[in-house]
Design a protein around this ligand. Structure first.
Ligand code: PDD
Length: 290
């Protein structure tokens, strides 16, 4: 089988023809940022918002963006011509490959840009209908989780804890408060009201989180952004995960105990429906503008 087409520093190439220097700061230091964008039948969902977040991540790590948002969108469209159907687009920008290893950020180094597509693994019908299991762990990551950094060792180690337990995600607790999960955001519901953790430096502000807040507002779902305690998590009627690939998923078991009645709740079902409607609307709008 031919290797899939990917983007590397301005060119489209088969994935197996791309090689990256071992001195690349992405490899040596994890000195880079990334994005993951879901694509449904060729239509990228909230692509502009993802590239705006990429810009914010790059600003935070003092990395000059080689492209404007419109250029990124054009590159994405070009790549998607080689990848029909439902895809996730992965974009990574590192600080580039200097001639020697040195922690100090080199000046005037061209960044390394890499983009690839993978078939989008949307949640199964079973996961949507029955919910998923999660475990909790202490949030042992750094204090700049708002940067979508490729330095993901903390997230990888956290995720492995749930993988070892046969669970879908690890929900992280820092100083008694819920932050997020290893690769998704977390919401809790009590008495019909949704609470989402603060949008601060301790979480990645998900593009999906942001969309759910908007959809809740439009759909008359009561939602508050405020600190969420571990006690609230443990006594919640509903818990949800959100991410570009998970969409919105109900957590029906936490640390082996049922969440509420142990099946996805009514507020989740409403939110899931609003999300699916939004996806369908984006596809229709894109068909109109194409
Ligand atoms: N992860 N928090 C963390 C730590 C994440 O890694 C992600 C996404 C999110 C949700 O963000 P968004 O809604 O923008 O996808 C929150 C991606 C999907 C990943 O690393 O594969």
């Amino acid at each position: 089988m031919n290797a899939p087409i990917a983007h590397f520093n301005g060119r489209l190439l088969p994935l197996d023809r791309i090689s990256i220097s071992p001195l690349d700061r992405g490899f040596i230091f994890g000195d880079g940022v990334y994005e993951v964008i879901p694509v449904y039948e060729g239509v990228a969902l909230r692509a502009r918002e993802h590239f705006e977040r990429l810009q914010r991540s790059m600003d935070e790590i003092r990395l000059a963006n080689p492209h404007t948002v419109d250029e990124w969108l054009a590159i994405t469209r070009e790549l998607l011509e080689h990848h029909p159907g439902n895809q996730s687009v992965y974009i990574q920008v590192t600080r580039g490959a200097p001639s020697k290893r040195d922690h100090v950020m080199p000046k005037d180094l061209a960044p390394t840009v890499f983009m690839m597509c993978q078939p989008l693994a949307s949640p199964s019908k079973e996961a949507v209908e029955n919910g998923v299991a999660c475990i909790t762990a202490r949030d042992f990551r750094w204090e700049k989780c708002h940067i979508k950094s490729t330095s993901l060792l903390g997230n990888v180690m956290a995720r492995q804890l749930s993988a070892d337990a046969g669970a879908t995600e690890t929900i992280l607790i820092r100083d008694g408060f819920v932050t997020e999960a290893s690769a998704s955001n977390v919401f809790v519901v009590k008495d019909g009201r949704v609470a989402a953790p603060l949008q601060d430096n301790l979480i990645l502000l998900g593009i999906t989180y942001d969309l759910l807040v908007r959809l809740a507002g439009e759909g008359a779902v009561e939602l508050e952004i405020r600190p969420v305690t571990e006690a609230e998590l443990r006594s919640a009627d509903e818990i949800w995960l959100s991410s570009s690939t998970k969409e919105v998923l109900a957590v029906t078991s936490l640390d082996g105990k049922p969440v509420g009645p142990g099946k996805p709740g009514p507020v989740f079902r409403r939110m899931h429906a609003l999300y699916q409607e939004h996806k369908a609307k984006s596809r229709r709008q894109s068909a109109v503008s194409a």
